[in-house]
Ligand binder design. Structure first.
Ligand code: SF4
Length: 227
């Protein structure tokens, strides 16, 4: 048996619907998926925004890197990135007929069609929300006051002495929470859209850098759990 023969046996000729790709995370949405939102097959409450420069899994390099642009993806399930539409019991997709473009292109035997579109023609919050959406000013404020460029510069130590880093991260985390709090107070009926409108709270993202949020004497502050 040649190596090629063995490869033929190892690689399935068609999708086995094993669910491996769905467990690794929901798809990023492209312009072609806009119709799914317009038709109501997907709603903002089912989506999460990965903001520009936010650390995210890069499927081409298979490592966590700052995202080169904002993109929108389907939320995960509870505390995992496993796609919220993945049916763990039956190993299937709950929205198979209306699954987004990336899901239709992904085939583990030949990933070329998928890699050809990764990072291209992505949907963003400004492409999805109407121009007069009253939440847009809050989104823009978050991007100015708490951008991931600022966060990443602090984490890399490029802008500050080490002693300063934690306090400045604390400041960014508080601003992030203040903006979200303002949103939740003023747009109660849209609270389920928070992850789409503002992405993940900064303190959650910082957890993977060894920080956790604690309340001390009535004030929210970051604590470093690992160096
Ligand atoms: S939408 Fe369906 S096919 Fe796509 S990742 Fe989620 S469960 Fe899998």
């Amino acid at each position: 048996m040649t190596c090629e023969d063995k490869d033929e046996l190892a690689a399935p000729a068609e999708c086995l619907r094993c669910g491996t790709c769905c467990r690794q995370g929901g798809p990023a949405l492209h312009s072609e998926d806009l119709q799914l939102i317009k038709k109501g097959a997907l709603s903002f409450t089912q989506l999460v925004t990965i903001r520009c420069n936010e650390p995210a899994h890069n499927p081409i390099q298979d490592k966590v890197l700052p995202s080169s642009s904002e993109f929108i993806k389907i939320k995960g399930q509870s505390n995992s990135w496993s796609c919220r539409f993945f049916d763990q019991v039956n190993n299937g997709c709950l929205i198979y007929r209306t699954r987004p473009l990336e899901c239709r292109l992904l085939f583990c035997r030949d990933t070329e069609p998928l890699t050809a579109i990764i990072g291209r023609d992505l949907l963003s919050r400004h492409k999805l929300l109407p121009e007069n959406d009253p939440v847009l000013p809050l989104i823009d404020r978050l991007e100015v006051e708490c951008s991931y460029r600022l966060v990443n510069n602090l984490l890399s130590g490029a802008d500050n002495s080490r002693d300063d880093i934690k306090e400045r991260l604390n400041d960014l985390v508080r601003k992030d929470l203040t903006i979200r709090d303002g949103f939740l107070r003023n747009f109660e009926n849209r609270r389920e859209e928070e992850l789409f409108l503002f992405g993940r709270p900064l303190f959650l993202v910082l957890a993977s850098y060894g920080f956790r949020l604690v309340e001390k004497d009535g004030a929210i502050t970051l604590e470093q759990t690992s160096p």
